[in-house]
Write a protein that binds this ligand. Structure first.
Ligand code: PMP
Length: 292
């Protein structure tokens, strides 16, 4: 694609953007990351994503070698040098080069790289007809083990769930926490609508505090509807009127079938449609401008 990638202070051609095989991100998945988007030359919720990145790093005691303002500038610059208007942006911070042991304190040279590119997770037709999801056997990481609130490079928990969902012919997997409550999908938060009330699992159920989740909660409140963070069971999903999942990459995706139970009328519901329209208006108007 001929992209320029930010790597440790320099913009380098993608073929030359390399990190060491001794980096603990490669050896152990030790590091943190973020996924953002720009819409029409404006980066949506840039500061919110950066705040989450720095909190994730703090939680795993990883020192990011850039100040917040430097990181902010680097993200904007990466979109700019690639002349992108609509893009998906990935920020990765690695633990750095160590030896073959686990000890992170000896790791030097944390790497920061930023990729700005294109990404379409689902084809357009799915946003109308909705997605089929299935509950997967792999449970979401315990908050007391590797807290799902940390956006770490260690995504095997989610990847195993994705494999299980795909093995069942579904494109997304619904993950439960160890108590059997809904946590989230492999890369998206979950919402349901029942009798015009909106529900989503609380972060303590084992979910990432999604930026899109937060935006949707605001949208729903502004629509004058009640939104509640509440522990949900699979029964709540089977019996709801509408369901959708949210994430930076997937945006707002209607879910129309859960474990072979058809949700609502089997197509995007009316409230989901309105939320998606508000979301579209927001991303079109808000954001940090890249080209000024
Ligand atoms: N849950 C998980 C596990 C994720 O990886 C993501 C982001 N890809 C989300 C939820 C959604 O978060 P956001 O809206 O901030 O992208």
């Amino acid at each position: 694609m001929g992209l320029l990638v930010y790597l440790n202070g320099k913009m380098v051609p993608e073929e030359e953007a390399k990190i060491s095989i001794f980096d603990h991100a490669v050896l152990y998945g030790d590091g943190v990351f973020e996924g953002l988007r720009s819409y029409n030359g404006k980066i949506f919720k840039l500061d919110e994503h950066l705040e989450r990145l720095y909190i994730s790093a703090k939680a795993i005691m990883l020192k990011i070698p850039l100040e917040f303002s430097e990181m902010r500038k680097a993200v904007i610059e990466t979109v700019k040098v690639n002349n992108l208007k609509d893009s998906y942006i990935r920020i990765v911070v690695t633990r750095g080069i160590g030896d073959l042991g686990l000890d992170p304190t000896i790791c030097k040279n944390q790497s920061v790289f930023i990729i700005a590119s294109k990404l379409q997770l689902y084809s357009e037709s799915f946003y109308e007809k909705g997605l089929e999801i299935v509950t997967v056997p792999t449970r979401r990481n315990l908050c007391e083990s590797l807290n799902p609130a940390i956006k770490s490079l260690n995504y095997l928990n989610n990847i195993l769930a994705k494999i299980e969902a795909m093995n069942c012919g579904a494109m997304e997997g619904l993950m439960l926490n160890n108590e059997g409550y809904i946590s989230e999908c492999t890369g998206e938060n979950v919402f349901i609508i029942k009798k015009k009330k909106v529900f989503t699992p609380p972060v303590y159920a084992g979910t990432l505090p999604g930026i899109t989740r937060e935006v949707v909660i605001e949208i729903v409140k502004n629509m004058g509807l009640e939104v509640k963070e509440m522990l949900l069971t699979r029964y709540d999903l089977y019996s709801c009127d509408e369901c959708f999942i949210t994430g930076t990459a997937a945006e707002i995706m209607p879910v129309t079938c859960v474990d072979k139970r058809i949700i609502g009328e089997g197509k995007q519901g009316p409230i989901t449609k309105k939320i998606r329209e508000s979301f579209r208006r927001l991303v079109d108007t808000e954001g940090v401008p890249v080209y000024e």
